[in-house]
Design a protein around this ligand. Structure first.
Ligand code: 13P
Length: 253
């Protein structure tokens, strides 16, 4: 069975002290994980290692970096490589978040390169895709997302994509409080799975966890995660409120 995942993306929020307080509070609330369920914390670079230590010993709980460089190593001041993340045992990296595509001009090709470096270093990418409002209004979201997948993932092998994680985050739903409807989410997730099935077969497609992101909250997580092709969520704002994120974790299938 494919994994059901509640992933937090803290973005550029929380100091180390605030992050520790949040985790302490979250861990004072009971949440339970089955063997096919995971919780992932997308943590800013400077304290990935501290958060990892704080989570040590917890089953099915992992840390993710929010980005990595598309270069292997060398004279790239300020960049963080996949190899560096591997050296501190980071499990996942969020790749191609719409904020990085938009504000840091990350291209399909660059994202393909980052994914290759993650895989070479044993780090699992969480590959983000999703359309802006204008594309949704024009009704061309399916082909838009298909291009994102084909350009950044189709060079990979079936083995590399088995158990892969994709996050569908419609940009118009991120941080807006305007969640995609259950039907809109299911429709796009089924579309993503069929694109992967056409290229790699039903078994590979069925093994991929497709997370929904965009204004997931404590009061809508259960309905969205209940859709057959939605395998959990990538959560921004609500992941930084302990009581809310606990409810979101407990909403996993
Ligand atoms: P919000 O949950 O704040 O809408 O953010 C979603 C997101 O971008 C997660 O990566």
């Amino acid at each position: 069975m494919r994994k059901q995942i509640a992933a937090a993306n803290w973005k550029m929020n929380l100091t180390l002290q605030q992050a520790e307080e949040l985790l302490d509070e979250l861990h004072s609330i009971p949440y339970s994980l089955d063997k096919d369920q995971e919780v992932i914390f997308g943590v800013p670079f400077p304290y990935l290692a501290q958060v990892e230590q704080k989570l040590a010993g917890r089953n099915n709980v992992y840390v993710a970096a929010q980005n990595c460089s598309d270069k292997k190593n060398g004279a790239y001041t300020g960049e963080v490589s996949a190899e560096m993340l591997q050296s501190i045992a980071v499990d996942y990296v969020i790749i191609g978040h719409s904020e990085r595509r938009e504000y840091f001009n990350e291209s399909h090709t660059m994202l393909a390169g980052k994914i290759n470096l993650c895989l070479e270093h044993g780090i699992k990418p969480i590959f983000c895709c999703g359309e802006p409002l204008a594309v949704r209004e024009a009704g061309t979201q399916n082909s838009y997302v298909e291009t994102q997948l084909t350009e950044s993932l189709f060079h990979l092998t079936a083995a590399q994509l088995t158990g892969f994680v994709i996050a569908y985050e419609p940009i118009w739903a991120i941080g807006t409080g305007k969640t995609a409807s259950n039907e809109q989410a299911q429709e796009m997730h089924a579309h993503i799975r069929s694109i992967m099935a056409n290229q790699y077969g039903a078994d590979v497609a069925g093994s991929i966890s497709i997370l929904y992101g965009g204004s997931v909250k404590a009061n809508n997580a259960k309905d969205i995660f209940g859709q057959p092709d939605v395998d959990g969520g990538l959560v921004g704002g609500a992941s930084m409120v302990a009581a809310d994120f606990a409810v979101i974790i407990n909403s996993l299938k």
